[in-house]
Write a protein that binds this ligand. Structure first.
Ligand code: HEM
Length: 496
């Protein structure tokens, strides 16, 4: 979803800048007491400064410099519009909590075209409320404990079985999260159909990162066509399942819940809904998995402590001949510290955009109706006032954090308010189970130096290539070698 943030630049930069600079600004904005700041150059504002900062490993100076000059709530002009930027946790909370009262989410048309107008991400009003709560109920702890955990465990083990030699961790993680999402949503295991779906789906994802004008961008055109193909494949599944459901056959997956719901959704509504869930959980969770491994590799003491926690769980389960259970997940305290710290430092979703639906007074300033605001989670998560030595990876900090502390209030990797991420618990479980199998089955070393960058999304430049060695398995050489199928996987388009 971080791509929504950046895509706004392409979609609206010229039209809206021109309009605001020529007509709106003088009359209306002079009256409002705007947060201090600068609008930068006409039309492009401060977008170029922001992009060049986010293309490096250390984008913080962009925000630090403005917070120092203007305070934590400041005015800027990025991605085509004047924007109130909040690096303040209380303001962020206020923005999130006042969804649809004072602010609303707003994505450019190009995004809705790819997601579909019935996707949860763009849905508003009472339907959003009902569908959000249905999605939340489907990803809650008891559903994960009773139904999803077994698939998460099995699919991660299955994927890791084929690992040998040099792998691109980012690609492998994406395969895992895609398969998990398809299983959770529609009960499909990996098969030719899911492989085909993934190929088309990857083309749709590419569309999110490109210039969204069909006339200029063949990638965007291809993405729109691929979206139609994915939608058609999903529509066929929805029809079949609707028929089965009428005959009394019901599966306990997301599609089953949608078909049984009170809203009598049309096939198209269900298709858009499923597609958006695939998009929302896939990139976010796989990037977090990859970065957790990167941070752990760079922090050997943390890796050793994590290893110890999981070796104990594995030994216990070996004795009782059990697979990973919910109780195991609940007895991974240090893993939870690692997950929190990865989410805090990586900031896969660096923040969210909203639009003021009325003049909003906050902290002595007015945000004029129609203005964009950006609630920056990243700025808060990397603020030394909330997190000591905030810019280093230190999972132990979470051992000392008590519930109700400001630190926890300031920690919002999954957003908050009515649009709180419905996949937050599932993502944590996927990450924990992945780390369990990784550290108990493999040791690894980075194959190359790889840098973190934040534009157009948070990712490592080289997809984090590593050499893996299977533990206690003398049949696998520890000498790095290239995996046979690697060339094919790269060609089949996992290289986003
Ligand atoms: C590490 C992984 C994840 C992170 C960091 C993350 C983060 C977020 C954030 C910050 C939002 C709020 C967006 C906003 O307020 O506009 C969000 C919304 C959402 N997330 Fe996640 N997410 C993750 C995993 C998942 C997973 C696994 C799923 C699927 C089950 C999912 C499904 C969604 C959906 C459907 C929304 C939209 C909710 C709405 O607008 O009502 N996410 N996510």
């Amino acid at each position: 979803m971080a791509f929504f943030f950046f895509l706004l630049f392409f979609s609206s930069v010229f039209a809206s800048s021109l309009f605001l600079f020529l007509f709106l600004r003088p009359a209306r904005f002079r009256r409002a007491r705007l947060p201090p700041g600068t609008l930068g150059l006409p039309f492009i504002g401060e977008s170029l400064q922001l992009i060049s900062a986010y293309k490096t490993e250390n984008p913080e100076p962009f925000i630090d410099e403005r917070v120092r000059r203007f305070g934590p709530v400041f005015t800027t002009h990025v991605f085509g519009e004047p924007t109130v930027f909040s690096a303040d946790w209380e303001t962020n909370r206020f923005i999130l909590q006042n969804e649809e009262k004072l602010f609303e989410c707003s994505y450019p048309g190009s995004i809705s075209n790819l997601l579909g107008k019935h996707s949860l991400l763009v849905m508003k009003g009472s339907l959003h409320k009902r569908m959000h709560s249905l999605t939340m109920s489907f990803g809650n702890s008891s559903i994960i404990r009773d139904h999803l955990l077994v698939d998460v465990d099995r699919l991660i083990r299955l994927n890791l079985e084929s690992w040998t030699g040099r792998i691109f961790l980012m690609e492998e993680a994406k395969k895992i999260t895609f398969e998990l999402a398809v299983k959770q949503l529609m009960s499909f295991d990996r098969c030719e159909w899911t492989q085909n779906l993934m190929k088309e789906y990857l083309l749709v994802i590419e569309g999110f990162f490109t210039v969204p004008f069909p006339l200029f961008s063949s990638t965007y055109r291809r993405a729109i066509q691929a979206r139609e193909k994915v939608a058609e494949q999903l529509r066929t599944v929805v029809r079949q399942r609707r028929k089965q459901s009428k005959e009394g056959e019901r599966k306990k997956d997301m599609l089953g819940a949608l078909l049984a719901g009170e809203d009598a959704l049309s096939d198209d509504q269900i298709v858009d809904f499923l597609l958006a869930l695939l998009v929302a959980g896939y990139e976010t969770t796989s990037t977090t998995m990859t970065l957790a491994v990167k941070f752990l590799t760079e922090t050997p003491l943390a890796l050793a402590q994590l290893q110890e926690e999981h070796d104990q769980i594995k030994a216990r389960n070996k004795e009782s001949h059990q697979r990973l259970q919910w109780n195991d997940y609940k007895s991974m305290p240090f893993t939870q510290c690692v997950v929190n710290e990865t989410l805090r430092v990586a900031n896969i979703i660096s923040g969210v955009f909203r639009r003021a639906i009325t003049d909003v007074n906050i902290k002595g300033y007015t945000i004029p109706k129609g203005w964009k605001v950006f609630a920056s989670f990243r700025a808060v998560h990397l603020d030394h006032d909330h997190f000591k030595d905030a810019r280093s990876f230190n999972p132990w900090r979470w051992q000392k954090t008590s519930s109700g502390s400001t630190t926890l209030n300031a920690f919002t990797p999954f957003g908050g308010g009515p649009r709180l991420c419905p996949g937050y618990e599932l993502a944590r479980v996927e990450l924990s189970v992945f780390l369990h199998h990784l550290v108990t089955q493999f040791s690894w070393v980075p194959a190359e130096d790889d840098k973190l960058v934040f534009f157009p999304t948070t990712r490592t430049q080289k997809r984090y290539p590593i050499y893996v060695t299977r533990k206690n398995d003398t049949t696998h050489s520890s000498t790095p070698h290239i995996k046979g199928g690697e060339a094919n996987r790269v060609e089949s388009g996992f290289n986003m």
